[in-house]
Design a protein around this ligand. Structure first.
Ligand code: COA
Length: 178
C-alpha cells in the first residue's frame, strides 16, 4: 500500500502551492487536537509533510505520525560527515569517513571513524595511517571529546595499527545487521 492509500483512513488535508519547491503539503491531525489545526506551519500542532509529489508529502506526514504513535519523542537534528581520500594517478586508492555526532552527556561532539580502506596494491605504504592521522586532527579541530574507531575481532593487524595511532582498546562493539 502506498502512502496516499494509507491516508484514506485518516483525517487529512492537502494544500498545493505551485510556487513552492515542494508544492504539496499534507496535514494530519497532531497531538492535542481533535481535528486539523490550520495555524501557520510554525505554530500548528498538525503533522506536516512537504513534497514535490503528493506521495512524498504523504510519506513525510505519516512518518511524523508514526514517531509520535510509538509514544517516544523523536527529535531530528543534522549531523555532518567528511570523506578523506588519496589519489594516485588520478584514481582514488584510499578513503576514510569521519562523522561528527552529539549526545546530551557532553557539550562537545564526538567523532566516528568509518570505512578506512586502502586498495590492496597500495597497502603497507603508510596511506591508511596518513588518512587516519588527518581524521584525528580534524576531530581535534572540531573539538570532539572522543573519536571512535571500530574493527571486527578477526582483524588483529587493524587493531595493532589503531593502537599505534593512539587509539585505546576501550570496549566491545555490538552490531545488528539490518
Ligand atoms: C587497514 C588498512 C586501511 C591499512 O592501510 P595501509 O595503508 O596498509 O596502512 P599503513 O601502510 O599505514 O600501515 C600498515 C599497517 O597496517 C596494518 N594492516 C592491517 N591490515 C593490513 C593489510 N591487510 N595489509 C597491510 N597492512 C595491514 C599492519 O599493522 C601494517 O603494519 P606493518 O606494516 O607493520 O605490518 C588496509 O589494510 C585496508 O584497507 N584493509 C581492508 C579494510 C580494513 O580492514 N579497514 C579497517 C577497518 S574498517
Amino acid at each position: 500500500m502506498n502512502a496516499t492509500d494509507k491516508l484514506k483512513h485518516l483525517t487529512f488535508v492537502v494544500q498545493h502551492n505551485p510556487n513552492c519547491a515542494k508544492p504539496f503539503l499534507v496535514r494530519l491531525v497532531g497531538p492535542g487536537m481533535p481535528q486539523i489545526d490550520y495555524k501557520p506551519y510554525r505554530k500548528t500542532t498538525d503533522l506536516l509533510g512537504f513534497g514535490s509529489t503528493l506521495e512524498e508529502a504523504s510519506t513525510e506526514a505519516l512518518a511524523n505520525r508514526i514517531q509520535l504513535r510509538a509514544g517516544v519523542k523523536v527529535q531530528e537534528f543534522a549531523s555532518t560527515g567528511f570523506k578523506f581520500s588519496l589519489e594516485r594517478s588520478g584514481k582514488e586508492v584510499a578513503r576514510a569517513f569521519f562523522y561528527i555526532m552529539r549526545n546530551d552527556l557532553h557539550k562537545e561532539p564526538f567523532g566516528l571513524l568509518e570505512d578506512v580502506f586502502v586498495e590492496e596494491s597500495f597497502r603497507g605504504k603508510g596511506l591508511g595511517s596518513k588518512l587516519v592521522k588527518e581524521v584525528i586532527e580534524k576531530a581535534r579541530e572540531c573539538r570532539c571529546y572522543k573519536l571512535i574507531a571500530t574493527s571486527r575481532h578477526s582483524r588483529p593487524k587493524v587493531h595493532d595499527l589503531y593502537e599505534r595511532l593512539g587509539f585505546q582498546n576501550w570496549g566491545l562493539e555490538f552490531r545488528m545487521n539490518l
